[in-house]
Design a protein around this ligand. Structure first.
Ligand SMILES: Nc1nc2c(ncn2[C@@H]2O[C@H](COP(=O)(O)OP(=O)(O)O)[C@@H](O)[C@H]2O)c(=O)[nH]1
Ligand SMILES: [Mg+2]
Length: 306
């Protein structure tokens, strides 16, 4: 992984690390003891890893300690790092390479304010930078401001956008986006959606309709249905994700990791939702988005490698 990317992870997890640093530092000097287990549990809780995942992790570590009897502090640290990594899915081999079926169609979902529009803008910009032909679709038509916000990103990252007037049918915008992406031989179409919660049932229906209509515009689409979760919500983000269960997400975009001390929640996502964290937001700027890298995450969390 490039140094610049590792640095972004390190900086992005600063708040979480600040919270747990003292705990890890004391843990480094401990061998297996009651004090070690108590402190480990407390430190994981502080990072908002969440009760079920903390429990599973501790149980697994107890088992390995029994089997392997790590005699040095170093061996114990090594074992712990390994178990943290084991909670996370393996990294994509090349997250910037798109599968051959073009255009790839991705649709982005999530509650209001989670960071959908920002993530669509960042993703479009990063893929465009890597030489892919990208089109964004503004299917959040509930508010004029939403399409305007995405249009702002289109200008900023120099990627075309398909939008229609306020009140347009979101599924129609999504359909037209994919059709345009097909006829213009795009590599990737990314569709932004609305995320209001007070009309929960109709919203889920609407999202279901969008997902369905895409397949008619390009068989096989959407290739990814990305659920956007706000890391500052910590464990509550997991409850939020359950609302979207019916829509069939394929992966997670986790935003605002830079703005929270609850970064440990990443460890719970894969275990509890069964969905991989594919992208993470580490700030508000166009370049503040990275593919998920489990080693960079765990090392930045534990304060290792710097
Ligand atoms: N610090 C930080 N802020 C973010 C990130 N992603 C989004 N935001 C901010 O979160 C707010 C809501 O984002 P927006 O994309 O409009 O959310 P949407 O309602 O889901 O489309 C905006 O102020 C964004 O700048 C991130 O990764 N880090
Ligand atoms: Mg939005």
């Amino acid at each position: 992984m490039p140094d610049a990317e590792r640095t972004r992870w390190w900086q992005g997890l600063r708040r979480t690390r600040d919270r747990v640093e003292a705990g890890w530092r004391r843990l480094v000097g401990l061998r297996v003891s009651e004090e070690f287990w108590d402190l480990l549990e407390e430190t994981l809780y502080q990072a908002d890893v969440g009760p079920a995942t903390v429990e599973a992790l501790l149980a697994r570590m107890h088992e390995r300690v029994r089997e392997e009897r790590p005699l040095s502090e170093e061996a114990l640290q090594h074992l712990m790092r390994g178990e943290l990594l084991n909670l996370l899915p393996a990294d994509a081999s090349d997250p910037w390479a798109l599968p051959p079926d073009r255009p790839q169609v991705w649709v982005v979902l999530g509650v209001n304010g989670s960071g959908k529009t920002t993530s669509v803008g960042k993703l479009a910009g990063r893929f465009h930078q890597r030489g892919h032909r990208v089109l964004m679709g503004a299917a959040d038509t509930f508010r004029a401001a939403a399409a305007e916000q995405l249009a702002g990103w289109a200008r900023r990252v120099d990627v075309p956008i398909l939008q229609q007037g306020p009140g347009a049918d979101p599924a129609a915008v999504a359909f037209d986006t994919v059709q345009a992406a097909v006829s213009r031989r795009m590599d990737l179409a990314i569709i932004d959606t609305a995320g209001r919660l007070h009309t929960k049932a109709p919203l889920m229906q609407e999202l279901g309709k969008i997902v369905k209509v895409l397949d008619r515009a390009h068989p096989g689409a959407p290739h990814e249905t990305l659920l956007v979760l706000d890391a500052t919500m910590g464990q509550n983000a997991l409850r939020q994700a359950e609302l979207f269960q019916g829509v069939g997400a394929t992966g997670i975009i986790l935003t605002k990791l830079d703005g929270t001390a609850k970064g440990g929640m990443v460890l719970a996502i894969h275990r509890e939702l069964g969905l991989p964290v594919q992208w993470i937001g580490l700030g508000e700027q166009a370049e503040d988005l990275e593919p998920f890298r489990r080693e960079a995450f765990v090392d930045s969390l534990m304060g290792r490698g710097r």
